[in-house]
Design a protein around this ligand. Sequence first.
Ligand SMILES: [Zn+2]
Length: 99
Amino acid sequence: MENDPSTPRLFAYPRTVHVRRHGPNGYLNYADFKPWLRDEFQFRCVYCLCRERWFPDGNEAFSIDHLQPKSVASTLVCNYDNLVYACCHDPDLTIMPGE
Ligand SMILES: [Zn+2]
C-alpha cells in the first residue's frame, strides 16, 4: 500500500535513509538523548511527521522510541542509533533482532 500511487499522502516522506548528524554517547539514561533527537529529527515525529509545535504541549507530547525494543535489545537501550523522536509508535517499523 505504501507504494500505491493512488494512496493519498499527508506528507512527502524522504526517499533516502536518514543519515545521523549527531552521535552522542555516554548517557546512562536514554531520556537524556531527547534534546539531541529533537534536533536530529527536526522537531518532527519520525513515524507520522507531525511537528511538535502543532501540539499544545509541544515537545512534552513527544517521547523517545526504541527501534529495537528495550525488552529484546537491552544493550541498545542507550544506543543513539537505536533511538528516534516520536509522538506515536508504529509497530511495523519496530526492528526485531535478526531481521
Ligand atoms: Zn507521530
